[in-house]
Design a protein around this ligand. Structure first.
Ligand SMILES: [Zn+2]
Length: 171
């Protein structure tokens, strides 16, 4: 497993004042620091938000991915959290964009940590949602959207999706 680099080579210039960054020990980690204004570049984790939607027949809503990572595999409808955006707002919007369905958020299911070598979000917030409208039609980062029986699942991407589905299967 690659250890995440806390002082990435490609961070060369200060985003605040433009001076050349230097690698320095900050606390317990090497970080890129600006010698001119003191700005520290933190390698924040990417946060993803997704929704687990199960219909009345007990089938789970999945989308087929057209984006890296994991192109062509199926995952829960999900997307990256934007700066300043409330996670439940992201969740509702991503389901709408990728599946055409309008959902209401019914609660938080879990927060997952995806290993960095998988790509995608390293922190994944998963809500439980219920369909309240719309029509099933794939869009945005998905080229297919469908409900699947738990005993007839397609090829599923991401440790977090697999864990969420495994939890569903428990009585
Ligand atoms: Zn600076």
């Amino acid at each position: 497993m690659n250890k995440p680099n806390s002082a990435p080579d490609n961070v060369r210039f200060c985003t605040r004042c433009g001076a050349a960054m230097q690698a320095k020990l900050v606390g317990d980690k090497m970080r890129k620091v600006c010698p001119q204004c003191g700005f520290i570049h933190f390698t924040d984790p990417k946060v993803g938000v997704g929704v687990l939607v199960v219909n009345e027949a007990g089938e789970v809503l999945l989308v087929r991915r057209t984006m890296r990572p994991e192109i062509g595999r199926w995952s829960l409808p999900a997307g990256y959290l934007d700066q300043g955006e409330e996670p439940t707002v992201t969740a509702v919007r991503e389901v709408q964009e990728e599946t055409g369905l309008h959902v209401t958020i019914e609660g938080l299911l879990d927060v997952y940590h995806n290993p960095p070598e998988q790509g995608g979000a390293s922190i994944f917030i998963l809500y439980r949602g219920r369909v309240v409208g719309g029509e099933l039609k794939a869009g945005d980062d998905a080229d297919a959207a469908a409900f699947f029986r738990l005993d007839a699942l397609p090829d599923v991407a991401f440790a977090s999706t697999q864990a969420a589905i495994a939890a569903l299967r428990k009585p």
